[in-house]
Design a binder for this molecule. Sequence first.
Ligand code: SAH
Length: 271
Amino acid sequence: MNIFTKSNSVCEPTKQVGFVTLVGAGPGDPELLTLKAVRAIQQASVIMVDDLVNDEVLQYASRAARVIHVGKRGGCASTPQRLILKMLVQEASNGESVVRLKGGDPFIFGRGGEELAYLEAAGVAVTAVNGITAGLAGATSLNISLTHRDVAHGVLFMTGHSKPGDQAVNWQQIAATCHSSKLTLVIYMGVSNVGFITKGLLQGLPSDTPVAVIQNASLPTQRDVVCKLKDLSTAFASEGLTSPAIMIVGNVTAGLQALSQPNSNLLTDAA
Ligand code: SAH
């Protein structure tokens, strides 16, 4: 909408000031959206939707909103991050209320920090709205308390897929720290590297450390597998687990062996 101002008796349009809101869309289940996220989606004139965002959350968008998918799933090529950044600046500069919709939380392995810094440097007003991150949603879906005080002093969120050019994660060191400091380990983006990750973890954690793998957390297609660390790679192959999945490593998952989950595959040593 344009606002008209008077200048020398002539009405001239002045541009509305645009802005960007980085919104966490949560892990998939639309009921896990925050009220703030819903309000931001409702008020947006442009919505740029990332990979892993469940399209069902777009039910809250205005019919007039322009929805741009920039993810790579479903056979589409993903939009390069550089182009996404430019598009965000462009849309906001055109006076649009832009929502940048991201899976989970925008600041947990979501490049939200990079986008925020770029927009601020370009002089674009930007704020962020939390979403429920996949690690928390996956844990809660199995009634796992990530910091159960009987067995954990804290929780560590790690990526299994570092930025190109970065040094590879030292999984042996991470495992040793988790073991000595009683930390639960939650691994994102680890599917394609599961063999390498497991090998490293086995050098610092007992081989019978329980692990839960949760694929498509919070969605009707959720699958979960519980096994021992030594069986993790085999479990991925035999169960055909694919991305997106998170792994939760540590004794907080031990009780799951006794649970009867309708959609769980409880693996034994022999599996
Ligand atoms: N910002 C997101 C994470 C993006 S990184 C968040 O806070 O959740 C992408 C990784 O997140 C995936 O490789 C997978 O490890 C995890 N992930 C995202 N959605 C998931 C889901 N519904 N179930 C399981 N893991 C998921």
